[in-house]
Design a protein around this ligand. Sequence first.
Ligand SMILES: C[S@@+](CC[C@H](N)C(=O)[O-])C[C@H]1O[C@@H](n2cnc3c(N)ncnc32)[C@H](O)[C@@H]1O
Length: 311
Amino acid sequence: MHISVLLNESIKYLNLKADSIIVDATLGYGGHSSNILAKIPNGYLYAFDQDKEAIVEANKKLASVGTNYEIINTNFVNMKNELNERKVCVDGILFDLGVSSPQLDNAERGFSFHKDAKLDMRMNREDKLTAYEVVNEYPYEKLTNIFYKYGEEKYASSIAKGIIQYRDNKKIESTLELAEIIKENVPEKYRRQGHPARKVFQAIRIEVNNELDVFEKALRNALELIKPGGRICVITFHSLEDRICKQIFNEVSSIPKELRKLPEIPMEYRPKFKVVANIAPSSEEIEENARSRSARLRVIERVNDYGEKEN
Ligand SMILES: C[S@@+](CC[C@H](N)C(=O)[O-])C[C@H]1O[C@@H](n2cnc3c(N)ncnc32)[C@H](O)[C@@H]1O
């Protein structure tokens, strides 16, 4: 089962009205979407997910709440094209990034370092690149770079070396085989600070799904889709995603440095957005759902073309 993270907070900050047009970029198992749908009886929900299995389950949940929704089975990087084709302008967009609990719990998907499975980690099972290719075909430099950049793993180089040496004898077939190689190539004391494979698995997942590039593009596109007065809520689960979100939100909500001293800021340089919130889950939520521990919700609002909030 998937417990939606920062559910009440994201619903509150989406500022839903009965006729709001809302996009859920990451439908997952429909936790956020079903709550949104219940609050927009005269509006419409467009929900995206690239995982067909998640969509089947979410569709059942949404159908029990209403009919005013469409599920679009594609990567959210295609959101702008999909919505432009439908000629829609939106009041709110939600991103709840990463993988869902059922994706992690289903051993067969190869996301978990606790369950033995073939190395996979694709959110979209029609994509070509899998964790198997990354681990068995990437050269040492590329592996080190990925572990370092996407996993912030300080033993990136020795883990990559360990993988290359192991590959001299045989292919790395499974998640537990990889987890064991990682464990063997970090110091003893490091093994006691959380699971030693956690960061490398995160890094490989980000690489396989091209998560950071896709998120940055999609977030920039989302800013173009939102109506004045509309909001974008983003729930991130690690510092790399959060940094991208924070940088983009800062960029679009501030006056360019070189113009800040002007007595009057020309209209075209006035920020079109205003940061509304930056919050972490409550201690109660973290206690109930450990997965929410690293989550962060950032919210931005489109102001009108005069740089003012819509009434
Ligand atoms: C954390 S779950 C969302 C859970 C959902 N909010 C709920 O409450 O049930 C993230 C979902 O987003 C999907 N996802 C992640 N990145 C995606 C992308 N680039 N395009 C489309 N779907 C994506 C995953 O397949 C997963 O189902």
